[in-house]
Design a protein around this ligand. Structure first.
Ligand code: HEC
Ligand code: HEC
Length: 226
């Protein structure tokens, strides 16, 4: 009896293995890949520990203010994924829910020019997963004027448990970046980084938690010294 059951299990495993990619990723694997995609969206060359291309991105408009950052997705599509009106670049909201292969094809096209030597297939796919499944509505966290919607007192408790160990009680204990109180002048960026982590750093990603936790932390971080 037992051996019959085992051989049934074995047969299923063989069938699954033959199906290859048909085996669905677990929810945990998907969440991790989406967050990695979010860090690649932030700064793919930092996350991949490669060098930034020397040239300005071919589609970066002359009116753009930061040619040095022009290869980062957020340089054109923004921290809120809405694009940049001043530069005439559209948002990526229309790509939500699209198949990953279709999004990878966009990244490989002439407009984007992310060739596999710059952005290998695995990374391109993670980025596509973020674009398809990971774009959050920043309006859940901050209002149109950038004022946070979270609870500051709760945010302090979460901050001390999750962030203070690295950033310090005053948000100034970091070396390469800016004080968190100052970063809070760019609330959509703080939301993005809190949900997905900081490129190439062992920073936690809060994507899997209730969004209120992040909203509260963002609210508290705005009260930290600049
Ligand atoms: C230098 C500017 C620039 C950068 C950097 C850039 N894009 Fe784009 N992106 C554009 C432009 C311009 C379009 C519109 C192209 C068109 O309509 O043909 C676009 C369109 C898109 C679209 C299609 C949106 C839709 O509604 O169909 C997606 C998805 C996208 N970009 C993702 C990304 C990702 C991910 C990155 C980072 C790896 C990135 N882009 C980096 C300029 C940029
Ligand atoms: C394991 C250490 C670690 C933890 C924990 C951590 N961070 Fe970070 N974070 C970093 C590092 C390293 C950077 C890169 C910038 C630097 O060195 O200052 C960074 C950068 C940031 C930035 C970009 C602004 C800047 O200073 O460059 C934000 C925003 C941020 N972290 C928010 C958070 C929040 C919110 C939490 C808690 C949910 C958190 N971090 C927890 C290590 C950490």
């Amino acid at each position: 009896m037992i051996s019959r059951r085992l051989s049934f299990v074995a047969a299923v495993l063989v069938a699954l293995a033959a199906g290859g990619a048909a085996v669905p990723a677990s929810a945990a694997e998907t969440e991790t890949a989406v967050a990695r995609g979010g860090r690649l969206y932030d700064n793919w060359y930092k996350e991949l520990k490669t060098t930034r291309p020397d040239s300005t991105h071919p589609s970066y408009p002359a009116s753009g203010k930061s040619p040095k950052n022009s290869w980062r997705c957020n340089a054109c599509h923004g921290w809120d994924y809405q694009g940049d009106k001043a530069m005439g670049i559209k948002g990526i909201g229309g790509a939500k829910g699209k198949p990953e292969a279709q999004i990878v094809a966009v990244l490989r096209d002439k407009t984007h020019a992310y060739t596999p030597d710059l952005l290998p297939d695995v990374a391109a796919n993670e980025l596509a997963m973020f674009v398809s499944k990971g774009q959050t509505d920043v309006a859940k966290f901050v209002d149109a004027a950038g004022k946070p919607k979270g609870n500051v007192a709760k945010g302090e408790v979460y901050y001390n448990s999750l962030c203070g160990v690295c950033h310090g009680a005053d948000g100034k204990k970091v070396s390469t970046g800016m004080a968190l109180g100052q970063a809070s002048e760019y609330p959509a960026a703080v939301v993005h980084k809190a949900l997905n982590g900081q490129p190439a750093e062992a920073m936690p990603m809060l994507r899997a938690f209730d969004h209120q936790v992040t909203a509260d932390i963002v609210a508290y971080s705005q009260s930290l010294p600049k």
